[in-house]
Design a protein around this ligand. Sequence first.
Ligand SMILES: Cc1ncc(COP(=O)(O)O)c(C=O)c1O
Length: 388
Amino acid sequence: MSDASALADREGDAPDVGELTPPDRTLMGPGPSDVHPRVLKAMSTPLVGHLDPSFVEMMDEVQELLRYAFRTDNKWTIPVSGTGSASMEAAIGNLVEPGDRMLVPTNGYFGGRMKSMAERAGGEVVEVSAPWGEPLDPVDVERAFDEHQPDVFGFVHAETSTGVLQPNVPELTAIAHDHDALVIADSVTSLGGVELRVDEWGIDAAYSGPQKCLSCPPGASPLTLNDRAMDKVLDRDEQPRSWYLDLSLLEGYWGDDRSYHHTAPITNVYALREALRLVAEEGIEARWARHREVAGDLKAGLQDLGLEMNAPDEYWLPSLNAVRVPDGIDDGDVIAHLLDEYDLEIASGLGDLDGDIWRIGCMGHSARPKNVEYVLAALEDALAEQGF
Ligand SMILES: Cc1ncc(COP(=O)(O)O)c(C=O)c1O
């Protein structure tokens, strides 16, 4: 309990809380990224009802813009109300039925989250292994399919915990389809920043988050499913365990009927619409190229400082640069120095890589040369403080 609320309980007064003045940070961590002023402006426009005709029109527009960003024609393309984990759970919780077997990767933090969600959905989980910091090898995926015959295969396209981009996606989806399985792709840190082609690559369902390469505040999270995936959802023997994320019910709101299911986070949908408009204006391929170019300068600058990237060049993920912490340097002190002295956010490693790496994002509106110069100069200073 904060001091203010303790005081209110004791004396019956309203808590005395000052006006909101968040610090003016530059966000170069694993997300959220800096938000474009146009998105912030969209969020300050008046609220309409979630069934207002003008909002219904906006829903169509957001769906169309999402299809563009995902490179898909999937009718079933929606923003799920909630953070990336909500769209992740919507995908897994609807496509995994009790008794189904799901194959998940072990090469990062978010493969572990896939496992937990599949288990909660009543699925049996089997794993395909690769070390943290490496992508999945199609040979291992094929072997896991032959051994376990899973019904669903999940992989993380852009692993935010390791800075690794999964190459060979069409090869992985072909293996899954040869074995009659559905493919779920985690595209939280790739959508809008790294090449992703849902239809061409044979991905059956992909989920994402708005706060990474789309540079939008969290709250409404992209999800797309093809007809094959949706047929499975609509043909389940048992209802999904979550009412809120049951896609057969959400169809009533985001499908043709536009009838009430829950009150959509209207302001977040405005924000996502504007963020996606920015993607469309820039052009999705130009946006992927910008991320590679700007993050390429960041990578080169980090290497010039004498730092080593965690991922080899073939798997380097432009939107999330994982950098090894040099021997003798305290990763937490560097992070604190950047925050205190420069109002600049980067992050430490997660899970197996905790203490071993820094994670420096280069996403969306944060993927600009001025941010790169700033982070490099600040990091040089923070490292010099520790005698590096
Ligand atoms: C790869 C990946 N998957 C899933 C998530 C979960 O998203 P959220 O934190 O928005 O719930 C994240 C968040 O960082 C992520 O990076």
